[in-house]
Design a protein around this ligand. Sequence first.
Ligand code: MSP
Length: 518
Amino acid sequence: MKTGQMAEKPFYITTPIYYANDEPHIGHSYTTILADVLSRYHRSIGEEVFFLTGLDEHGQKVQQAAEERGIDPQQHCDEMAPKWKLLWKKLHIRYDDFIRTTEPRHEKVVKDILTKVKDGGDIYMDEYGGHYCVGCERFYTEKELEDGKCPQHEKELEFITEKNYFFKMSKYQQKLIDYINENPEFIQPQHRKNEILGFLRQPLEDLCISRPKSRLSWGVDLPFDHEYVTYVWFDALLNYVTSLGYGSDPEFFEKWWSQAIHLIGKDILMTHAVYWPTMLMSAGISLPKTIFAHGWWLMEESKMSKSMGNVVDPMELIDDYGVDPVRYYLMREMVPGQDSNFTMSSFTKRYNSDLANDFGNLLSRVTRLIQKNFGGELPEWGECTSAENGIKKVAEGTVIKVNELIHAMRINEAIEETMQFIRSINRYMEQQVPWKLVKEDKSAAGRVLITAAEALRLGALLLQPVMPNRTLIVLETLGAENTKLVWGQLKSGNKLREHSALFPRIKVNIKLPDKEKK
Ligand code: MSP
């Protein structure tokens, strides 16, 4: 799809790098699909795009998972990486780089930055005591605990005292507050920004960035003390600059870095909006453009977790309903920034009403009428009436609105805007009744059908980043070679192609009362 205008800025988008100890679930899939949809859209309007995802392979969680399986952590990661890549393939994710933090290119960057930060006087050794949570891979202070437990994992925490290296995060507190206030795009949505500014009203503590090897050996060695490995977050966050060739390809790095958008879940806001920018300030690197924190997918109102046995397996959903409906549901249903509830009934409802009824039926209606009355060839455009001009106006307004909404990362609203447009094409068909009109005025019926087909072409193009496969069927059926987001591209006389039902309805098996059973 092309709007005709070439954008001047490149678009760099990242997902969090997922812990290699876990199996991917619907929550992880959401962020990656969101990044993919944004990438596809920006690419489609002529922007240069770089999309990064990958795996976080160090730290205690990964070490423990490997120990439980009785294998070496590297072997564990090597076995997990293909599982994640397979899911991304099945979800039709088109990333440009898949980074793994155990790669030499990354370990080099971690060591180089640690050396730089240490040389700048921002790392010191101290003895520290704190409540350590393995799940969060961090220490909690007494104040932060809830009933003596970790606020995230609700587990009693062990008090540990040890000598460690610290990063002078506190030194950058005021600079960070000023930066956040001066750059309204930096932390989004607004309520997350306020959350961080609220947190920064308290004095910021320094960050413990090492783990003694006696306790944890699976990590990047500190370049200045081989008795320690690097704290997993100090290591993992740097993936975003490693991938761009930080330290090895300055030109490439400069081109993309200033445009960086980090998509994250709300639970890792603190690490991204406080640890990461202060690390960058200390290392003399500019800050990313935006950190965007979305909410959580809940399962029947509660947190999805392996231990609760309520995680939704995206692979099963794809196998049952196809990849595009899964992508559509996740993108349409969540208001980015808020939590969302995953239920099979809302999935079925969305599928049947938006995809089968509104979108799929429109294609079959238009093509069936053209097959029956025009020998399967797109009819003549003819002289437009106010009804056609009306649809054209709605189409042009939708293209502009969708562009604005996607730039503001309001994907769910961009989709709804497009679906409203598709519903308006259905209404146009109902008002113009081409199936009746054809008996009285064949050329008028032809005009209505090519207008509806053209509107459908634009609707399909706008939905293409979300549903790249089924929309391609629409475009191929209509013979729409031209992917311009400009009205009037379909050519009269083009032969339509056969197509199967775009979104076959999901039949819900209703449990009938006994006496109604046959
Ligand atoms: N490894 C760290 C990230 C390091 S980034 C430098 C990590 N990994 S994670 O695998 O635990 O989580 C990755 C992302 O998945 C987080 O953004 C988290 O919010 C997201 N999600 C995990 N469960 C989720 C839901 N149920 N719903 C939505 N997103 C969720 O944290």
